[in-house]
Write a protein that binds this ligand. Structure first.
Ligand code: PHE
Length: 380
């Protein structure tokens, strides 16, 4: 009796193992690391939605190399150290083929060495700091992005402020805890000064701060015509409200980190008249974009922001590369991603350059009646 039971159990174990093996080889697992909670929760949530839409569509078309795509996601709570832990877990335990994420540069920077060391390709949808794909003067072999970089984004807003708005005096308020914010502030400053403008004051804060009145009071005394605040939406919205409370009436300027429905919820109109650079606008009439907006709305019930659009693009670039790759090993998929040319993304056409960046246009948006409106497209 005992023997029979043992035999049955063994058989079951073999069948289970066989099933597991079969299901493992029938699927491709991709990993996503994002801020699903915390002060930048909309970043991770939007990206996740974009990725899920892309996964649903590729599977409806029969998957990749006959395999179904499955995504596994970890929340990093907006912390670089958690992003590193999640990347390691996805690579070593879950054995993902590709890593998607993060949105924020500081968190992508925490993941990048792990992707390189393990030869697992990482594609960040929206991290714009140059160092994410470049370590010193060496391009990180396994790290890519499907967005432009901040030297360009900073230039776009500096030119807009100087040439379109004809401003001479700008103050900066930067988040010194964020690689993104510090980089973008520097690139903006450099270009604005090159174009003959003056940075009348350069102040700092730390993401999560609640009180910006001391910095804003100093800035007010310098009489700038615009305050450039390249931060993330929660901080920026609070800065805007406190600026208005102090009687500062000039517009604020910023970058893609402003892009969130929450920005308007928190700002309550305090950002009217302000401007920021971004990756894409859902107002673009291009049918490719309008179809995406429609499908996204049907599935998630909201308007896709930049993170949703570029999360979708990052996943699609990964899928196209896996389909082209000779096999699904890290090096083969890496080589395929590196040869991405003229990929029609909803956030613009993607060609990966030798530094693993996408050379793309940016848009400038203006805020009116607590809503972002498309103003201009700027080409590199
Ligand atoms: N570009 C920002 C960074 O690198 C992240 C970001 C992208 C935030 C898009 C909002 C929208 O940190």
């Amino acid at each position: 009796m005992r023997l029979v039971r043992a035999a049955v159990l063994t058989t079951l174990a073999i069948v289970a193992a066989a099933c597991q093996k079969k299901s493992a080889s029938d699927t491709i697992l991709i990993g996503h690391v994002g801020s699903l909670t915390g002060a930048e929760a909309s970043f991770g949530t939007s990206t996740e939605n974009g990725i899920r839409l892309a996964v649903e569509e590729i599977n409806a078309r029969g998957g990749i190399k006959g395999k179904r795509v499955v995504v596994k996601t970890y929340d990093d709570q907006g912390k670089p150290e958690e992003a590193a832990v999640a990347a390691t877990r996805l690579i070593t335990q879950d054995k993902v083929t590709v890593l998607l994420g993060e949105v924020a540069s500081s968190r992508s920077l925490a993941m990048a060495p792990i992707a390189d060391a393990n030869q697992v390709p990482q594609i960040t949808p929206t991290s714009t700091n140059p160092r994410v794909t470049k370590d010193g003067d060496k391009t990180r072999p396994y790290v890519f992005r499907v967005c432009f970089i901040d030297p360009f984004q900073g230039t776009v807003m500096a030119k807009f402020a100087r040439e379109n708005l004809k401003l001479e005096r700008v103050a900066i308020l930067r988040d010194v805890g964020s690689d993104y914010s510090v980089g973008l502030a520097d690139y903006f400053k450099k270009k604005f000064e090159e174009l003959g403008g003056t940075i009348v004051n350069d102040q700092s804060f730390k993401g999560g701060d609640q009180d910006f009145k001391a910095q804003l009071t100093t800035i007010k005394g310098k009489k700038p015509e615009l305050i450039y605040v390249p931060g993330y939406y929660t901080d920026v919205a609070l800065v805007a409200r406190q600026a208005r409370e102090l009687g500062i009436k000039v517009p604020l300027g910023g970058g893609d980190g402003w892009d969130s429905a929450k920005l308007y919820e928190i700002a309550q109109g305090a950002l009217d008249g302000s401007f920021f650079s971004n990756h894409y606008t859902h107002e673009n009439p291009d049918p490719l974009i309008q179809n995406f907006v429609k499908r996204y709305r049907e599935k998630f019930g909201g308007t896709p922001d930049s993170m949703a659009a570029l999360g979708y693009d990052a996943a699609q670039v990964a899928f196209a590369a896996m389909a082209r790759a000779t096999d699904l090993s890290g090096p083969a998929v890496r080589d395929a991603i590196a040869t991405t040319r003229n990929f029609p993304g909803v956030g613009g056409t993607i060609t990966i350059d030798s530094d693993h960046n996408a050379v793309k246009s940016a848009v400038v948006l203006g805020i009116e009646k607590n809503k972002a409106r498309f103003i201009a497209t700027v080409n590199p």
